[in-house]
Design a protein around this ligand. Structure first.
Ligand SMILES: Nc1ncnc2c1ncn2[C@@H]1O[C@H](COP(=O)(O)OP(=O)(O)O)[C@@H](O)[C@H]1O
Ligand SMILES: [Mg+2]
Ligand SMILES: [Zn+2]
Length: 246
């Protein structure tokens, strides 16, 4: 039986899969329904709440030729390539390791070229607060006068370090912390659906509340990998296994 990695399988692919951020996803769906597209998006909030995930879903909603009621199809080439991070019209840049003026100059060169197979050329800049002042200035000039095919999705855990001139050029979305109750519910859904049993204590075992859920699902993958005996037998998770692994 082929085994699907849980952390990939349960990564949200559409707005409806993003949990605990309804104020964000409803606004986005409504905007895409009406073809109201912002030129830049700013996603901010704590770690592990769905910012990068939502950035990729926005990219799909912008470039999927088959969106229905504002929701991407997840089936076409564009959607699948964006999910796998290999779509040539969607460029993901890690702001933490590409902080300088050179990287942003490079981006400004690339954005001039039209997209290959989609309406938009999209730049996702994660951890955008890490850019240097010079880099921010260069980015601002592009945000002020982008080519019509150019879109930006910026994400940050530290909005206070982003110049207000940049923020004001974007439509801003503030992501919530996800409550323990919501994390617990989602974990229970995953466990039930995967036919894995777990004690309550294990669900509360990891200490980082915001990253807990994704860490837990990664931990399940590790446990499964170690227990692999050819068959996909029922798996029981205890707090000790989770503590040991995370
Ligand atoms: N709101 C959410 N709804 C569903 N899954 C989520 C949510 N937030 C995080 N996750 C899970 O955690 C993983 C990491 O989320 P990510 O989008 O990278 O968080 P961030 O960019 O805010 O740090 C995702 O792949 C997903 O599986
Ligand atoms: Mg992120
Ligand atoms: Zn699609």
């Amino acid at each position: 039986m082929s085994y699907q990695v849980l952390s990939l399988k349960w990564r949200p692919q559409s707005f409806g899969d993003v949990i605990g951020q309804d104020h964000v996803t409803h606004t986005l769906i409504n905007a895409f329904k009406k073809d109201r597209v912002a030129q830049g998006y700013m996603l901010t909030g704590p770690r592990g709440v769905g910012k990068t995930t939502t950035a990729r879903i926005i990219a799909k909603a912008l470039n999927c030729p088959n969106t229905k009621d504002g929701v991407p199809c997840n089936d076409c080439n564009n959607c699948q390539e964006i999910t796998d991070g290999r779509n040539l019209d969607v460029l993901e840049i890690d702001g933490a390791s590409n902080r300088g003026i050179e990287e942003i100059r490079n981006l400004r060169e690339q954005i001039k070229y039209a997209p290959m197979n989609a309406p938009y050329k999209i730049f996702i800049i994660d951890e955008v607060h890490m850019l240097t002042n010079q880099a921010f200035n260069a980015l601002l000039r592009t945000l002020e006068e982008p080519p019509s095919h150019g879109k930006f999705i910026l994400a940050t855990t530290d909005i206070h370090k982003v110049p207000s001139t940049i923020i004001s050029r974007c439509q801003r979305f503030d992501f919530n912390r996800i409550t323990e109750a919501t994390i617990g519910e989602q974990l229970s859904t995953i466990l039930a659906s995967e036919k894995i049993t777990a004690d309550d204590e294990s669900i509360h075992a990891t200490t980082d509340a915001y990253a807990r859920w994704s860490k837990y699902v990664q931990a399940l993958d590790l446990v499964r990998g170690r227990n692999r005996s050819g068959s996909d037998t029922a798996l029981a998770i205890t707090s000790t296994t989770i503590r040991y692994i995370t």
